[in-house]
Ligand binder design. Structure first.
Ligand code: PNS
Length: 168
């Protein structure tokens, strides 16, 4: 029997990612995840060898503000370094949440899910389909459009739109 549940019977899920910055698609996935699991922790990766537009503190701040704005204050935000499954063991989480937008996401997600399963067979990966209206969104495309002066307010929450404008 898998130990995906806490002793209390509750299920703690982790939604990991770069969130550089958070998009409306990410928020949509978080909303779906908290409707299914008892606890959801958004885990921002802190990978010093990967260049990001925003610091971990900035990414966390944008996420927290967006979640409160959407009435998702129940979703926690944290950061992690190193292997995701190691972090999950330390906080006793049993489920990895990831969002899927299109078939093109599948290959990378499939590889990650199977690698995480090989590393930690007790941890399951669960995918949520984003709302179709966000299927074209990614942090990278949002950063490109914002850096060229485009309006990204329909793609990211206001806290991220403001940061992108400031950080152009
Ligand atoms: O938002 P992203 O960049 O697609 O998120 C990728 C992330 C952070 C989930 C992935 O790179 C990750 O889990 N990194 C931690 C290192 C790790 O555990 N690697 C093995 C699993 S493939």
């Amino acid at each position: 029997m898998k130990k995906t549940k806490l002793k209390s019977g509750k299920i703690r899920a982790v939604y990991p990612g770069s969130f550089d910055p958070v998009t409306r698609g990410h928020i949509d996935v978080a909303k779906r995840a908290i409707s299914v699991f008892d606890e959801v922790v958004i885990a921002v990766i802190n990978n010093p060898s990967k260049k990001t537009r925003f610091s971990v503190a900035e990414r966390i701040s944008m996420l927290k503000k967006s979640l409160v704005r959407e009435g998702l204050g129940k979703v926690k935000v944290d950061s992690f370094e190193g292997l995701l499954v190691h972090y999950m063991k330390t906080i006793k989480a049993g489920i990895i949440v990831r969002g899927l937008r299109a078939v093109s996401d599948f290959e990378y997600e499939f590889q990650m899910a199977l690698m995480n399963r090989a590393l930690a067979p007790d941890i399951e990966t669960v995918f949520f389909m984003t709302d179709a209206k966000y299927a074209y969104l990614s942090s990278s495309i949002v950063k490109e459009v914002a850096s060229l002066g485009g309006d990204v307010s329909s793609a990211v929450p206001p806290s991220a739109a403001a940061q992108l404008k400031k950080n152009r």
